[in-house]
Design a protein. Structure first.
Length: 350
């Protein structure tokens, strides 16, 4: 059996940063994730997509953010169970928990932090005949390596941020980008809509609205699509078709743990420590909900810090957690590494 102070369910940005905050308080973490590598949606869905709302980074690629988080937590040496899903949660008489995974792994933890983002997710697929025939043969629901579209024709369908952002990004790589949306209006960020408009005006992106893809054609792989535009069917040759209609999130077995759920998200006490209705079980990041909740990575970072101080008090009822300012105390890792803070000195200015 694996034993740890905090079990973190979810290896996305919030889950990884939890390791750092716990490490400052000398608590060890074990990370469990159904994906086979750390990073969550940042790695699985958009590893090459730029993110613009991380403090101190005007722009950072999602995969690079995960790499920096992994570097940041390395001194605290977390252990991992990747490619495994949490099935059951059993609270023990001493207040600790035993979690069992679908691979039979048992993990004993004094506290549990659910940081599973949207949970397990599946893409929303358009209702097009024979769609499954071309999946991974020209039809993709997520982009992992943008370079595969170099000098290719790519049709992107959707009207939200993902469709807009990927159209902008791939316009620098692909030979031709065609953005198709069933409405004239897009529901993405204003800046993204403006950028697509500029790229359309300059001829770098074709935008077809209102239109819908109705048919896919090709022998062994996708070769063309048929779309209906203003009542007319138009056949367009393409190498790839990427429908980006969002994800269907599912909490999976966690929903059966007796935790209060609201609209497929976990209800928490945000006025205190992001604890669920089960004492010792917390939910942080996009997986939780409370009045005024903002589903942002930086919100998850804040929630992780608050949660770790609460967990410390739970694990050490006779001790008081002191807020550690790393500019003063530095960072002392479990691996023996020490990053010392630069000491101030008194100097006279003449």
């Amino acid at each position: 059996m694996i034993k740890t102070d905090i079990l973190i369910i979810g290896a996305g940005p919030t889950g990884l940063f939890t390791v750092f905050e716990a490490g400052l308080l000398k608590m060890r973490c074990h990370i469990l994730d159904s994906l086979t590598q750390p990073g969550g949606q940042c790695i699985e869905l958009y590893p090459k997509k730029p993110i613009y709302d991380i403090p101190a980074y005007p722009e950072i690629i999602a995969g690079d953010l995960i790499e920096k988080l992994l570097q940041q937590i390395k001194p605290f040496n977390p252990s991992y169970s990747l490619g495994e899903t949490a099935l059951t949660l059993n609270k023990q008489d001493d207040g600790s928990f035993i979690i069992t995974t679908d691979k039979g792994t048992e993990i004993s933890a004094k506290a549990v932090a659910i940081a599973g983002g949207l949970g397990t997710f599946t893409p929303r697929k358009p209702n097009i005949p024979n769609l499954d025939k071309y999946e991974d043969n020209g039809v993709l629901y997520m982009i992992k390596d943008p370079n595969q579209f170099k000098n290719k024709t790519v049709i992107i369908a959707g009207g939200g941020d993902s469709a807009l952002d990927w159209s902008i990004y791939l316009s620098k790589i692909a030979e031709k980008i065609i953005l198709v949306h069933r409405r004239n209006e897009f529901r993405g960020a204003n800046d993204s809509v403006s950028s697509v408009q500029k790229l359309k005006n300059s001829g770098k992106i074709d935008v077809i609205t209102p239109a819908q893809i109705t048919k896919l054609s090709g022998s062994n792989k996708l070769e063309s699509v048929t779309l209906n535009h203003d009542g007319n069917d138009i056949k367009i040759k393409t190498d790839y078709f990427i429908p980006l209609f969002g994800l269907i999130p599912k909490l999976g077995p966690i929903k059966d743990w007796g935790i209060n759920i609201e609209n497929n998200a976990i209800k928490v006490n945000n006025s205190l420590d992001y604890q669920t209705n089960i004492e010792g079980v917390y939910a942080i990041g996009d997986v939780n909900t409370y009045p005024g909740k903002l589903k942002l990575i930086l919100s998850g970072f804040h929630e992780a810090a608050v949660m770790c101080h609460s967990a410390y008090s739970r694990l050490n009822p006779d001790k008081k957690a002191s807020l550690k300012y790393t500019t003063v105390s530095g960072v002392e890792g479990f691996d023996g590494s020490v990053k010392e803070a630069k000491k101030s000195q008194v100097s006279k200015i003449d």
